[in-house]
Ligand binder design. Structure first.
Ligand SMILES: Cc1cc2nc3c(=O)[nH]c(=O)nc-3n(C[C@H](O)[C@H](O)[C@H](O)COP(=O)(O)O)c2cc1C
Length: 221
C-alpha cells in the first residue's frame, strides 16, 4: 500500500504554507498524494491583526486524531526564539492520550522550517522538535544531501534549506533597539516581507519527493 502522507503546518505570514505546497508537489512528482492541514490558531483575531498575520489558508485544521490516519507527516514549523511556536506546542500538548497508547509510534516525520534571518535558529528549531518526536517514537527522516546537494550547497544566493530539511527566510522588519542610536544599529527581524525563493521551493519539493520515495520502501499495513 502506498504511504499515506500528511503535510501539517502553522504559518503566520505564509512562508511555511508556500513550502508546504511545494513539498506536496514533490510528493505528487514521486507518484503519491499528500493531504495538507494546518494546526489550530491560538491567538485571538485582535492579536493576529496586530501581528499583521496573513489571512488563514483554506486547509483543514488537524486534530491529534488526524495524524493517526497517516503513515508519515511533513511538519512545517516557523521559528520562534529558535524553537517551535506556541501553536505547534499546543498541538503536541493535546496528544498525551495518543502518546499513552503509543499511537504515533513507528510513524515517520520530516520537518521544514522558516525563520526571519540566517542564524535566527532554523537548526535549533529542528533540534528542539526532536524531543517531541522521540517521546512519541516517531522516526525522523532528514532530507540529507543525496537528492538536494546541489541546491543546499549553493552559495551564490541566500537561501534556507539544509540536510535537516527545507527552509526559508522571511526577512524583514526593522526593529529599533533601545540604547542604539544610528539606523545601522537596528535589528532586522521577521515580518514576512521576503518571498520564498525559487531555490527554497525547489528544496521543499525535493524533500516531499524524497520523503515519499523513502517511505515507499517501508511496508505499511
Ligand atoms: C514571536 C516571534 C519570535 C520569532 N523568533 C524568531 C527567531 O528566533 N529567529 C528568527 O530568525 N526569526 C524569528 N521570528 C520570525 C519568524 O520565524 C518568521 O516570521 C516566520 O518563520 C515566517 O514564517 P511564516 O511566514 O510561515 O509565518 C519570530 C517571529 C515571532 C512572531
Amino acid at each position: 500500500m502506498a504511504p499515506r502522507i500528511a503535510i501539517v503546518f502553522y504559518s503566520l505570514h505564509g512562508h511555511i504554507q508556500t513550502l508546504a505546497e511545494a513539498a506536496a508537489k514533490g510528493v505528487e512528482i514521486a507518484g503519491g498524494k499528500a493531504d495538507i492541514f494546518q494546526v489550530a490558531e491560538t491567538f485571538s483575531p485582535e492579536v493576529l491583526q496586530k501581528m499583521h498575520a496573513a489571512p488563514k489558508a483554506d486547509y483543514p485544521v488537524a486534530s491529534a486524531q488526524t495524524l493517526l490516519e497517516y503513515d508519515g507527516f511533513l511538519l512545517g514549523i516557523p521559528t520562534r526564539y529558535g524553537n517551535m511556536p506556541a501553536q505547534w506546542k499546543a498541538f503536541w500538548d493535546r496528544t498525551g492520550g495518543i502518546w499513552a497508547k503509543a499511537g504515533y509510534s513507528g510513524k515517520f516525520a520530516g520537518i521544514f522550517v522558516t525563520s526571519g534571518t540566517p542564524g535566527g535558529g532554523q537548526e535549533s528549531t529542528f533540534l528542539s522538535a526532536m524531543s517531541t518526536l522521540a517521546h512519541h517514537g516517531i522516526i525522523f527522516v532528514p532530507l540529507g544531501y543525496k537528492e538536494a546537494n546541489e541546491y543546499i550547497t549553493n552559495l551564490d544566493e541566500v537561501h534556507g534549506g539544509s540536510p535537516w530539511g527545507a527552509g526559508a527566510y522571511a526577512v524583514s522588519i526593522v526593529i529599533p533597539v533601545p540604547r542604539l542610536e544610528s539606523a545601522a544599529d537596528r535589528i532586522k527581524g521577521g515580518d514576512g516581507s521576503r518571498a520564498v525563493s525559487g531555490l527554497e521551493k525547489k528544496i521543499a519539493e525535493i524533500q516531499g519527493q524524497a520523503f515519499f520515495e523513502k517511505l515507499s520502501k517501508v511496508k505499511f499495513d
